[in-house]
Structure formats: structure tokens, C-alpha cells
Design a protein around this ligand. Structure first.
Ligand SMILES: *[C@@H]1O[C@H](CO)[C@@H](O)[C@H](O)[C@H]1NC(C)=O
Length: 495
């Protein structure tokens, strides 16, 4: 029974309170539960809610920032001003606003944009109606966190290494933890400094010295307790970095390493250069060889060509000479002359040749009836296979006789007066063509069978034009052969 009575009592009290509330007015402010956390640079909503059946149009809302003892008006909403109900105070222009469409629903929240550290504090939302007034206070907490934290190797500290951890833009002051590879807080000595910048944010610098032999993995964790967030960065330090023996050794090793690197680079470059040079040389050699081969071939071809040309030329000259052939007649009993001719030189030696020339023999020769004082004249002599003969021209001047001749003796053919022997001693020409050129003062001996010139003798110049040159031939050996003009082939013209 008692319980039922109690229930009824409570119900009655609630009903009574409700009635009282409604009697007092239909308006009630809903107080905020927690402080609002604004992140620097972002927006924050400061809540203020009026509970009412209908929100009167003439509602007046005022947001005031209370900092220490000062109060600054942020923004007001005056329902009576139908055209411009909202007014924002200068420092908050563009940074704060109501939600206009929400006001008639009793949502009188303030939208604060681009939160700053200086915005941290209490905000009063006061609402007044015709004969009703109430207010609530909203706490704005501000927080900021950095994008990153960085760990640097700073310097050597004794045998250890000094590390620095830096991170900028925190609010409120962050906590810095140095951790090892297992995530445990390190026991090394740490010095942390927080520096507040003009914007109110904190830059943190923490330093720690690790000793050789300790855990080489070092993490720096910067924590924002308000936002419950952290930034962490990690370094793994190699033993190499420790000044193991002495700084001098390190310096030496570094220098050595650098030197080795430089030497290696140089060697590498030299090698590359050498390889390139070798390649180039090989290529050059090949090119040279190719050029030489080509030159050789050209040379050979030229020689061949020259040889052909000289042969053709020789033939041409022979034919030209033959065109001016004359008939030589001799009367054996009448035109006999004895001349002294050298025997054949035994050895090809010059000294011996002179010795050979000195041993003279007398040979009877037949002199032609025809004699020449000028111009060019050609005749042929058939010697067949005779091995001892002399033929040429003789000049009689008073008592003196000069002659220029070709002589064959002991299987050797040579010239007299020219003193130079035919190039080939083995030459054995059955028909010899003689061209007496008094214009040029030369005698040419031709191989009439092979149609080529093989010997030339210079005649000593003669001033007197009346001096006569007579063809001659050793008696009994060979004969002057008449040249048959009809058989002469027309020689090719030389280009
Ligand atoms: C008021 O309106 C804004 C915008 O629609 C909303 O974000 C906020 O939560 C509302 N506040 C309350 C207290 O209902």
C-alpha cells in the first residue's frame, strides 16, 4: 500500500511541476553538457537551444565572449528588426553567424569559423522575450595539432649521439615521449621545451642523448591530450654513426672512404675512356686498312692501265714510224767499210763493261746508197737468228767516221754510242726496225715483229746541215728488208 501511495505521490509531484512550468512560461533553455572543442583553423558550433511551443518572432539573442573580466559582444539577433535581424561585432565579422533558418525552431547556436587559440573561453548566450529572460554559458576549448614531427641527429655528445625532435603548431602544450623499438618510454635523459608563438600555438623541441649499446631505434611521439592524437617519427641509428674510437678515426675513415670513391670513379672513367679509345683505334685501323687496300687496288689498276697505255703508245709510235719507211739499197762491192766495234761485255758489271768496250774487233759493214741529212726515216733489217751482227747509221765527216748502232754478240744485244744496253739482254729480235730521227737527233730501234720500241740512242748534235747519215749493216749477216706498206694495219689513235 505504502508503495502504491509513494508512486501516486511522485506522479502528482511531476504533474504539479509540469503545470508550474507551463504556468511560469512556455520557454526553457537547454543547458550545454560538455565544453565544445574547437580545432584551430576549423569551424565550431556553440550550441544554444530554446525550448518552446512556438518561438516568438520578436526574440532577442545575444552572444557574448567572456574572457577574464572582459566581455565582448560577438553577435546579436533582434527579431524586431525584420530586415536585418543579425548584427556581428567587428572582430567577428565574417567569422560568426547564426543559422537563420533554425532560429524559429529555437536553435540559436553560433557558428564560429576559423577557430583561433584566442577564441578559447566562455560564451554567454542570453535570450530575452517580452517578459522572459534566460542565459546559458558554453565553454569553448581550443586544440591544435601539428602535421608532423621530425627527428634529427643533432651532434655528438661525449660517446653518445644527441637527437632532436621538432614539431610545430600544437595547442595546448603537447607532451613529448621518446620510445625505443618496443614502444617503451626510454630512460635516457630528455629535455623538452615548448615555445609559444604569437598565434598562441606551441612549437616543441625535445632532445635526447643515446649512448652506444642502447636500443638504436628511436621514436619521438608528440601527443595532444585534448584531441587525444599524436604524431610520431622514428629513426634507426647505425653503429657507424657512433664515434667509436676517436673523432680522428672517423674523420680518417670518412676521408679514406671519400678518397676511395674518388679513385674508383677515376678508374672507372679511365677504363671507359680506354675502351672507347681502343674501339676508335680499331675502327681507325680498319678504315686505314680498307683505304690501303683500295689504294693498292687503284695502284695496280693504274699500273695495268699505264702498261696498257704505254704498250698502245709504243705500238702507235711503231706504226707511225713504219709509215715513213724508205727503201734501202746496197751494192756490196761498192759500199764496204770496216768499222771497229766492241765485243759483247762479259759481265754486267760497269767496270767489266768498260773493259769489254775496250776490246774492239774490226767488222766489215755494208753501207747503204741512200743517205739522209734531215727528217725522219725508217727501215727494217732482217737478222733472223744470227747472233753476231751490227747495224745502225754512220756519219762521214772528212776522214772521221762516227756511228751509232745496235750490236749483238755472244747472245747479248747492246747499243754503241748510247752506251746503255737494252733493258732485256735476252732480247732476240729477228726483224729490227730503225727509225732515224734527225729532227730530234735520235735513233730508235723497234721490234718489228712485236711492234714495239726497245732502244733509243742519242746522236751527237750536228751543226752542219750538209753532213749525211747512212744506214749500215754488218756484211753477210742479215739484209735490209723492204717494208710492205699494204700490210701495215691502221694504228689506233691514242687518246
Ligand atoms: C542548430 O542547427 C545547426 C545547423 O543545422 C546544427 O548543426 C546544430 O546541431 C543545431 N543545434 C542544436 C542545438 O540543435
Amino acid at each position: 500500500m505504502a508503495s502504491r501511495f509513494q508512486h501516486a505521490m511522485i506522479l502528482h509531484i511531476i504533474l504539479f511541476l509540469q503545470i508550474v512550468h507551463l504556468v511560469k512560461g512556455q520557454f526553457r533553455m537547454i543547458p550545454p553538457y560538455d565544453p565544445v572543442l574547437g580545432v584551430v583553423g576549423k569551424g565550431a558550433i556553440l550550441p544554444c537551444q530554446l525550448e518552446a511551443e512556438t518561438v516568438p518572432k520578436e526574440i532577442n539573442v545575444q552572444w557574448i565572449f567572456i574572457q577574464n573580466t572582459q566581455s565582448i559582444e560577438v553577435a546579436t539577433y533582434d527579431g524586431k528588426d525584420v530586415q536585418y535581424p543579425v548584427r556581428v561585432t567587428r572582430p567577428y565579422l565574417g567569422r560568426s553567424s547564426f543559422f537563420p533558418s533554425e532560429v524559429n525552431k529555437g536553435n540559436l547556436s553560433l557558428h564560429l569559423k576559423n577557430v583561433m587559440v584566442s577564441d578559447k573561453g566562455k560564451y554567454l548566450c542570453s535570450v530575452s522575450l517580452e517578459n522572459w529572460y534566460d542565459e546559458v554559458v558554453v565553454d569553448l576549448d581550443v586544440a591544435a595539432q601539428s602535421d608532423k614531427s621530425e627527428v634529427f641527429l643533432d651532434s655528438y655528445v661525449g660517446q653518445g649521439i644527441g637527437l632532436n625532435c621538432k614539431s610545430q603548431g600544437w595547442f595546448p602544450e603537447p607532451a613529448v615521449y621518446w620510445l625505443d623499438s618496443k614502444g617503451r618510454i626510454r630512460e635516457d635523459k630528455v629535455i623538452t621545451r615548448n615555445l609559444q608563438t604569437s598565434s598562441g600555438l606551441f612549437d616543441v623541441v625535445s632532445s635526447l642523448t643515446i649512448e652506444p649499446g642502447s636500443d638504436m631505434e628511436v621514436s619521438c611521439r608528440v601527443v595532444n591530450g585534448l584531441l587525444n592524437t599524436a604524431r610520431q617519427s622514428r629513426v634507426l641509428i647505425s653503429d657507424v654513426f657512433f664515434p667509436s674510437t676517436s673523432p680522428w678515426m672517423t674523420a680518417f675513415l670518412v676521408t679514406l672512404f671519400c678518397s676511395l670513391a674518388v679513385i674508383a670513379a677515376l678508374v672507372y672513367k679511365l677504363k671507359i675512356d680506354q675502351t672507347r679509345r681502343q674501339k676508335e683505334e680499331t675502327m681507325l685501323d680498319e678504315l686505314k686498312k680498307g683505304k690501303e687496300d683500295l689504294e693498292k687496288e687503284l695502284d695496280a689498276q693504274e699500273k695495268l692501265h699505264t702498261a696498257e697505255l704505254s704498250e698502245t703508245k709504243s705500238k702507235h709510235e711503231f706504226h707511225k714510224a713504219r709509215e715513213i719507211a724508205v727503201t734501202i739499197t746496197v751494192i756490196p762491192e761498192f759500199q764496204l767499210l770496216e768499222i771497229q766495234v766492241p765485243r759483247a761485255p762479259v759481265v754486267e758489271d760497269k767496270a767489266c763493261k768498260l773493259a769489254g768496250l775496250s776490246s774492239l774487233s774490226t767488222v766489215p759493214v755494208l753501207v747503204a746508197k741512200e743517205g739522209f741529212t734531215a727528217g725522219k726515216h725508217y727501215w727494217e733489217v732482217e737478222v733472223g737468228q744470227q747472233q753476231d751482227w751490227v747495224l745502225g747509221v754512220v756519219r762521214q765527216k772528212g776522214k772521221q767516221e762516227d756511228y751509232w748502232a745496235l750490236r749483238r754478240s755472244n747472245g747479248v744485244t747492246f747499243s754503241i754510242k748510247g752506251n746503255n744496253r737494252p733493258e732485256s739482254t735476252a732480247i732476240n729480235v729477228p726483224v729490227i726496225g730503225v727509225l732515224l730521227d734527225l729532227e730530234e737527233a735520235q735513233i730508235y730501234f723497234h721490234d718489228a715483229v712485236h711492234e714495239s720500241s726497245f732502244q733509243r740512242i742519242q746522236i751527237s748534235p750536228e751543226k752542219e746541215s750538209t753532213v749525211v747519215f747512212y744506214p749500215f749493216l754488218s756484211k753477210g749477216e742479215g739484209r735490209f728488208k723492204p717494208v710492205c706498206h699494204q700490210n701495215i694495219p691502221v694504228p689506233l689513235e691514242i687518246p
